[in-house]
Ligand binder design. Structure first.
Ligand code: GLC
Length: 423
């Protein structure tokens, strides 16, 4: 529960939403909650969850080729179905599905064999647990179903003994995950239905600290996490804390074959570069099919992102967030010694690339990947106001698909002009 250096160094993680919801391709857990399908029908997916082609070393290979440093697997989503052999519930894929395997155990060891950090997602809420009374109501168009078993009386009106049992169950499962698998990261979710006090987050945080203090935890531990988790959209300015953007490749977390609204490789490169340019990590989500295979559409996008990251590794690995908005029209990163600035140009520059407000002299500018040196000159400037830096546009042969990176070697540590000029 202290931020570990590996997290910020990794830059890219792969999120995996894998569960019985992939059998019918319904929204993960939400189909149950919103009664998109009746409860029995949702639970019948247990019988079709084979994991017949589940090969976590193939996942690990793909994630490593994507350029990721870690992965996060849904050990238990809001539907309560555990992907590991839990002693605290009989609802697991080990005992209740044809898969009959401890998927978490296999996943953790495959990731580690490949040198990836292994994270586990865990939902505080469990919409299938008899002691868990959900406080949210199904959305329209099913208002007639508000008497469903998932809707409790008002918060606080629940049976306090049931709530104690529920918290014991949640804490027991987290303890199992920590002691059995020693995950590098715990990615909590499903906290929104109750307050930090109701969830006893301080006690849970203490349990994690006592058992495995090096576990990185996300912020959905309400006040006790290590980093912020914006979801499905970049923040408009760089957060002050450590952070990670979680983002789906298409519009769904779990496998949904009818959702073909995939982001392109170029769009994913943009998300990734903008995220690391603001000092964050990208946690890019895939939703494997029920047999455990990742669709070609998603795999191809991971490979494409990996190609871009490999070519631009110097601008990615070991860097920190770059220029604040206004200096360059695109993201940028900075080497850890703050003496090399990497500018990302998504669209081919037609004449010049301009950097404003740079106080440093520039020793050399080259295109990452081809090494071609680019001419540059300065114009203007007055007293305290640095002149604008104009960099010759790279030739077509030096452009990289989806985004070209220029490396600026500075005469010292980055120094920026942040003033307003003469009033
Ligand atoms: C949202 C979704 C949930 C998903 C999570 C990932 O909270 O409701 O299903 O697991 O995002 O951040």
């Amino acid at each position: 529960m202290t931020m570990q250096p590996w997290f910020n160094e990794a830059k890219l993680g792969i999120f995996v939403h894998y569960g019985i919801y992939s059998v019918d391709g319904v929204p993960e857990s939400w189909a149950l909650f919103d009664q998109v399908v009746p409860h029995e029908q949702y639970m019948r997916q247990l019988d079709g969850f084979t994991a017949a082609a589940f090969d976590p070393s193939a996942w690990a290979g793909l994630f490593a080729r994507a350029g990721a440093g870690y992965a996060v697997l849904t050990a238990r989503h809001h539907d309560g179905v555990a992907l590991w052999e839990t002693r605290l519930s009989d609802l697991s894929v080990v005992g209740r599905t044809p898969a009959g395997r401890d998927l978490v155990a296999e996943y953790v060891s495959a990731m580690r064999d490949r040198g990836l950090r292994a994270g586990l997602y865990y939902s505080h809420s469990d919409w299938n647990h008899p002691d868990y009374a959900s406080v949210r109501h199904p959305r329209p168009p099913h208002p007639e179903l508000v008497d469903s078993p998932y809707v409790s009386p008002a918060p606080g009106a629940e049976d306090p003994r049931a709530w104690e049992r529920y918290l014991d169950y949640r804490d027991g499962q987290v303890r199992e995950l920590l002691t059995r698998f020693g995950p590098d990261l715990l990615w909590f979710d499903g906290e929104w239905e109750r307050s930090a006090e109701q969830w006893r987050m301080s006690e849970l945080a203490r349990l994690i600290r006592d058992l495995a203090p090096d576990t990185v935890c996300n912020s959905r531990l309400l006040g006790h996490g290590d980093y912020a988790t914006p979801e499905q959209g970049l923040p408009m300015s760089a957060p002050e804390t450590d952070w990670e953007l979680c983002l789906t490749v298409n519009d769904s977390w779990g496998y949904r074959p009818q959702d073909v609204n995939h982001k392109s490789v170029g769009q994913l490169v943009r998300y990734f570069a903008q995220t690391i340019g603001m000092g964050g990590n990208l946690l890019l989500n895939v939703g494997p099919r029920a047999d455990g295979t990742i669709t070609p559409e998603q795999a191809q996008r991971l490979e494409g992102l990996g190609d871009w990251i490999r070519r631009h590794s110097a601008a990615v690995h070991g860097t920190v967030g770059g220029l604040p908005p206004g200096h360059h029209y695109g993201p940028s990163t900075l080497s850890p010694d703050r003496r090399t600035l990497y500018l990302v140009c998504f669209d081919p520059p037609s004449e010049t690339v301009c950097v404003r407000g740079l106080r440093n002299a520039v020793c050399r500018i080259s295109v990452l990947g081809t090494g071609r040196e680019l001419a540059h000159r300065r114009t203007g400037g007055l007293h305290d106001v640095p002149g604008d830096l104009w960099i010759e546009a790279p030739a077509p042969a030096d452009l990289a698909p989806h985004g070209t990176v220029l490396a600026l070697e500075l005469d010292g540590e980055l120094e920026l002009y942040t003033g307003r000029g003469r009033e």
